[in-house]
Design a protein. Structure first.
Length: 83
């Protein structure tokens, strides 16, 4: 595979990832319910040890993070890559 084809493939994959993340962010920001954990363990890793319950309203924090990652992937897809 030559370098031009490789660059187009990488840009295409990054663009697809950006699109999927953008759709996922839209769905997270407009959903009627989302799930949250009722209790977290203490310590450094702080994992969920409680129940996962449905909470009314969209998950704006998750939607914001997905938008940030979609922006990073989109900027990678449109940036110039040099070998």
């Amino acid at each position: 595979m030559d370098s031009i084809s490789k660059d187009r493939l990488i840009r295409g994959i990054a663009g697809i990832i950006a699109g999927v993340l953008l759709v996922w962010a839209y769905q997270a920001g407009t959903s009627k319910f989302h799930s949250e954990c009722t209790q977290y363990s203490g310590g450094r890793d702080s994992e969920c040890v409680g129940d996962s319950v449905r909470v009314k309203g969209p998950d704006y924090g998750g939607a914001f993070l997905l938008l940030v990652f979609a922006g990073i992937a989109a900027s990678y897809a449109v940036s110039k890559h040099e070998e």
